[in-house]
Write a protein that binds this ligand. Structure first.
Ligand code: NOJ
Length: 558
């Protein structure tokens, strides 16, 4: 399918990123080219036509670097090498070029807060011992207590549990401790050290030189630590937390922005910034810092008109003053899939609340996820689509315990199911696993087992079904591309009952019914797209529509 666009084509438009549709590829689970049960670059390259036909402007590829995969690749051993499980550097270079031929830009994922315990710097630091220059690149500290047996701080890990691991000295005695905000296999770097800054600027250049269009910055608010390593109070003031959102961090991103701006074309910085304080969040998006950051506030909201509208308003209000476009994200490789989350009584998202056995109405979740797709694609700014959401994949919640890999699961002592359930390899075709994920004659099954019922969710099956989630995504992304009013810009809210959201983007109106009763459609001349059938011309519950507005003045809310 070829789509024409009345907006400038990304290849020539320096503002391409402001309204782009960016598809997140988790390479391990996207497509397996060599039949070893793990997705790879060969698989991704072979499926680029699928992404072109889906209508995305860019892909963000989660870490593909050499890694022991202690945290799915967010434990990088070498930032300039591709992990052999995924392929080679030459294949990555070829991918970037081939994707561009399909009109798709590539964004790579850089992990600056920590490295793998297998990284050369960390191995050297362990070998060099206390007080060495090698250890100064990390956070090694003697323990507290008479024999150094107590951790230097009581900081709690984002993966639960402690943030310090004790080392063993070459003579076999217990030695210093090192800091890891995530798993012990992910030692934190010391961003006060000039080597660290220089190294990452060089890593950025390495990938920008290879033509990538952007950098997704992992754990972007965590890099800087208070050197004194104090304990934190329960409600630290802005910038006062010892390792979250410290003011000095902005110098790092100013330097990165200058570096990216020195390249031809617009190379973007996209931050993974988990911050509740919208004003602090927006500081990362000042004109000389990052281009955009993921909007997790919206992603975590329940399926309720008031909550979603509040998030949309807060988001737009926070982005406006810094001139940055908002982003809209329904999920990613860390959170519960929307089809599952929206099918729950509590449809908000919080890591701390993830549990096995939460009752879920998948049919309800599916209907809402379709409506949410129309809503997010109509909002002003850029749109992120996590692989498999376009197929309406649910979270896989009954993976056998012995196949689970996520440290979040293990570090919660088995209470948190972890993130493997949203990382199950995609179903492409056929009626039995591996559903075309691996080629015929594959030597190993997919690294996580796919449910048998995914036979109904394959790309092949959904391509042939006009009512499928995939066909909906293809239609809505094609329309989004041809409607000049969509993408970057602003919105005008329309007057509606409390449970209905409706807004105009130029002459396109998006309306979503989150209430129980059918709702009247706002004035319109045409129905462009709906997430489900209208009933007697009205919008049923959990359904969204895109309409052609009447052209004349609409009735905005105050
Ligand atoms: C955020 C990533 O999205 C997640 O997958 C990872 O575990 C942490 N950062 C640590 O790198």
């Amino acid at each position: 399918m070829t789509t024409t666009s009345s907006r400038p084509q990304p290849a020539t438009d320096p503002t391409w990123w402001r309204g782009a549709v960016i598809y997140q590829v988790y390479p391990r689970s996207f497509a397996d080219g060599n039949g070893d049960g793990t997705g790879d670059l060969a698989g991704l390259r072979a499926r680029l036509p699928y992404l072109r036909d889906l209508g995305v402007d860019a892909i963000w590829v989660t870490p593909w670097y050499r890694s022991p995969l202690a945290d799915g690749g967010y434990d990088v051993a070498d930032y300039r090498a591709i992990d052999p499980a995924f392929g080679t550097l030459e294949e990555a270079e070829a991918l970037v070029g081939e994707a561009l031929e399909h009109g798709i830009r590539t964004i790579v994922d850089i992990v600056p807060n920590h490295v793998s315990e297998q990284h050369a710097w960390f191995r050297a630091a362990l070998a060099a011992g206390p007080g060495s220059p090698e250890r100064a690149r990390f956070w090694f500290r003697p323990g507290k207590g008479e024999h150094g047996e107590l951790m230097p701080t009581q900081w709690v890990s984002d993966f639960q549990g402690s943030t310090w691991t004790r080392t063993t000295d070459p003579d076999g005695n217990p030695g210093e401790w090192y800091l890891h905000l995530f798993a012990p296999a992910q030692p934190d770097l010391n961003w006060s050290h000039p080597d660290v800054r220089a190294e990452f600027e060089d890593v950025l250049r390495f990938w920008l030189d290879r033509g990538v269009a952007g950098i997704r910055i992992d754990s972007a608010a965590l890099l800087i630590k208070d050197d004194a390593l104090p304990e934190y109070t329960e409600h630290p003031g802005p910038g006062e937390h010892p390792h979250v959102d410290r003011d000095e961090i902005h110098d790092v991103y100013r330097a990165w922005r200058a570096l990216a701006d020195a390249y031809p074309g617009t190379r973007i910085l996209v931050g993974e910034v988990w911050l509740a304080d919208r004003a602090r969040f927006a500081q990362y998006l000042r004109p000389d810092e990052m281009h955009t950051a993921f909007n997790f506030d919206f992603m975590a909201r329940p399926w309720q008109a008031k909550a979603l509208r509040e998030s949309i308003d807060m988001t737009l209000a926070a982005h406006g003053p810094v001139g940055a476009p908002a982003t809209w994200v329904l999920s990613n490789h860390d959170v519960t899939r929307p089809v599952t989350r929206y099918g729950r009584e509590d449809s908000s998202f919080a890591f701390a609340r993830k549990r096995f056995g939460t009752p879920t109405d998948l049919e309800l979740g599916h209907r809402r996820a379709r409506a949410a797709a129309l809503l997010t694609a109509a909002l002003p700014g850029a749109l992120y689509v996590y692989q498999g959401d376009e197929l309406g994949l649910p979270e896989v919640e009954d993976l056998p315990l012995e196949v689970l890999q996520d440290p979040m699961h293990f570090r919660s002592l088995g209470v948190d199911p972890g993130r493997d359930g949203c990382r199950v390899p995609l179903p492409w075709s056929g009626s039995a696993a591996p559903f075309g994920f691996s080629p015929p004659g594959a030597t190993r099954p997919p690294w996580l087992p796919q449910p048998a019922c995914w036979a109904d969710l394959t790309v092949e099956r959904q391509s042939a079904d006009p009512g499928s989630m995939l066909r909906l995504y293809r239609e809505l992304l094609a329309l989004r591309r041809t409607e000049p009013a969509l993408g970057d810009g602003s919105l005008t809210w329309l007057e509606t009952p409390d449970d209905v959201l409706a807004f105009a983007r130029g002459d396109v109106v998006c309306v979503v019914n989150l209430g129980d009763d059918p709702a009247d459609l706002p004035p319109h001349t045409d129905v462009l797209l709906t997430s489900g059938p209208l009933v007697a011309g009205r919008l049923p519950r959990d359904t969204a529509a895109w309409l052609r507005g009447p052209g004349g003045p609409l009735t905005p809310t105050p």
